[in-house]
Design a protein around this ligand. Structure first.
Ligand SMILES: Cc1cc2nc3c(=O)[nH]c(=O)nc-3n(C[C@H](O)[C@H](O)[C@H](O)COP(=O)(O)OP(=O)(O)OC[C@H]3O[C@@H](n4cnc5c(N)ncnc54)[C@H](O)[C@@H]3O)c2cc1C
Length: 378
């Protein structure tokens, strides 16, 4: 069993972020969703509060938040805008390879960049290596005391707005997955190019681009861990990061439920609010049940991470359940709004579009089931 109660610091963080979201994100979320512009005004405020570098350890100048606190932040941001929550969560995702495998010197080099108020991007996916992360074709060839990187990454969150990346490249393609290796690569290095930006159906406030490496030279001390440890580092990273996708899903689903509750009390049909209809009441109750279940799974996975206990299966379960739940709950919220739910003048269709990506990134929900099945059949 584990204690679900929050510490005083966690409650203060939750309250502060909640107020920030209500004042600064909710009022502008639809404007940015329509324009597809990157919301620098909001991101810069989050950076000023050091909320862009949640897990950066205190000894490297960061807030050193535990996984539960990171999830609280992700959930609250997810209530306001899942794209902004994704931008911030991607900084955590990019940082975990450094936290897990970096030397003290590498941590200082990397965290110094983040603590200057910069964003980061996790570069694993390629056009022919999505679910099959072992199929990465980006190469890293050792030349003296440098590596030379060549390849194209796609769908990289923060790709065009980051100043530093963690990049997965193969030091020996013949070795396949056993050649995969992880590197810190600064955006300022010659040969790093930002390619096409995705025009997405949802999380439109999140920047997603190709990142291209053309003869990019990095010092050998930018290799994280040893050559060939990249796949292990990537998988351990995703085990820590997946509950954050779950937390964002819980936040956006909670917003959908709150909106549906308010609307059902205001909207009158047959001479009474639709909230008095049992069909609507049961739909709202089912939404609440699913959100509560997902929230418990997300925080349990985070608790296990903080307690340094095995958590890979629980992280995958939390991610898959919470994201499937968010898709269902946001779809039901559109249903509660009826025809108005389908209109862009009302906020629930955005939540439905935003929810979809939660089932796809950081390993599709089919891949999560592969992970879970692998663990329970072991
Ligand atoms: C908005 C956005 C942001 C992203 N951010 C990042 C990022 O920051 N960094 C990064 O590295 N990547 C990122 N990604 C990439 C994302 O992680 C991949 O899109 C995802 O892992 C799926 O890969 P794919 O798109 O190539 O799909 P594919 O792997 O081609 O999958 C297609 C379909 O086949 C299914 N499938 C594939 N293999 C199996 C299997 N073995 N068993 C069952 N079903 C299977 C999948 O579930 C899916 O339904 C992002 C993607 C998007 C859209």
């Amino acid at each position: 069993m584990f204690d679900m109660s929050l510490t005083e610091e966690q409650m203060i963080l939750q309250q502060n972020v909640r107020e920030f979201v209500q004042k600064k994100i909710t009022p502008v979320a639809n404007k940015y969703d329509q324009s597809g512009e990157f919301p620098w005004e909001v991101i810069n405020e989050l950076i000023a509060m050091d909320l862009h570098c949640m897990p950066v350890p205190v000894e490297y100048g960061g807030p050193g938040l535990d996984a539960v606190s990171c999830a609280l932040l992700a959930e609250e941001l997810g209530k306001g805008d899942a794209g902004i929550a994704t931008t911030i969560a991607a900084n955590g995702l990019t940082s975990y390879p450094v936290m897990l495998a970096g030397t003290p010197e590498q941590k200082k080099m990397y965290f110094d960049i983040l603590m200057q108020g910069k964003l980061a991007g996790f570069c694993l996916t390629e056009p022919n290596a999505g679910s099959d992360a072992g199929g990465v074709m980006t190469t890293a060839v050792r030349e003296g005391d440098e590596y030379v990187l060549n390849g194209t990454k796609c769908f990289i969150t923060n790709g065009g707005v980051a100043d530093v990346y963690t990049v997965f490249a193969n030091v020996d393609i013949k070795k396949g997955i056993r050649g995969l290796s992880a590197f810190i690569v600064e955006r300022s290095r010659e040969g790093v190019q930002v390619g096409q930006e995705e025009d997405k159906m949802g999380i439109r406030t999140s920047n997603t681009t190709e990142v291209i490496f053309k003869n990019v030279r990095v010092p050998a001390d930018h290799l994280l861990g040893r050559e060939g440890e990249g796949f292990k580092i990537a998988m351990q990273t995703l085990d820590v990061a997946r509950p954050m996708v779950g937390a964002i899903s819980v936040g956006l689903a909670q917003s959908a439920l709150d909106l549906a509750i308010n609307y059902s009390k205001e909207r009158r049909q047959f001479g009474k609010p639709i909230a008095s209809l049992q069909a609507i009441q049961f739909m709202l109750a089912d939404m609440a049940i699913q959100i509560e279940a997902a929230r418990s799974m997300v925080y349990r996975a985070c608790y296990l991470i903080d307690a340094k206990k095995p958590h890979g299966k629980e992280a995958a379960i939390a991610k898959v359940f919470a994201s499937d739940m968010a898709m269902q709950v946001t779809t039901d919220a559109v249903q509660v709004f009826g025809g108005y739910g389908y209109s862009r003048q009302y906020p629930v269709e955005k939540l439905m579009r935003d929810a979809k990506i939660m089932q796809i990134f950081e390993g599709t929900n089919q891949i999560q089931r592969v992970v879970i099945a692998g663990q329970i059949l072991r």
